[in-house]
Design a protein around this ligand. Structure first.
Ligand SMILES: [Zn+2]
Length: 86
């Protein structure tokens, strides 16, 4: 039976929704993976999608992307990306 936080109040709080529901979409093998955003053009790297055009398979964590990979939008390197805090 699924655990429903704060269900006694009839609705889950926003914090619970953000932590439990949102992370379920970005989870691989029980390990949470983060999105990263390009600080130059705001392109977002989603580990669930990867970057097929750049040779990055879906499910690849940003940390596992080769160092020579560049932003598909503006061409800057990984060091110009910032972790997206959720
Ligand atoms: Zn970019």
């Amino acid at each position: 039976m699924p655990i429903e936080p704060h269900s006694e109040r009839g609705q889950p709080c926003a914090a619970c929704l953000g932590q439990r529901w949102a992370t379920s979409e970005t989870r691989k093998g029980g390990e949470r993976v983060s999105k990263y955003v390009c600080t130059v053009c705001d392109w977002v790297y989603d580990p669930e999608i990867g970057d097929p055009d750049g040779g990055i398979e879906p499910g690849t964590a940003f940390e596992d992307i080769p160092e020579d990979w560049v932003c598909p939008e503006c061409g800057v390197g990984k060091d110009m990306f910032e972790k997206v805090e959720e």
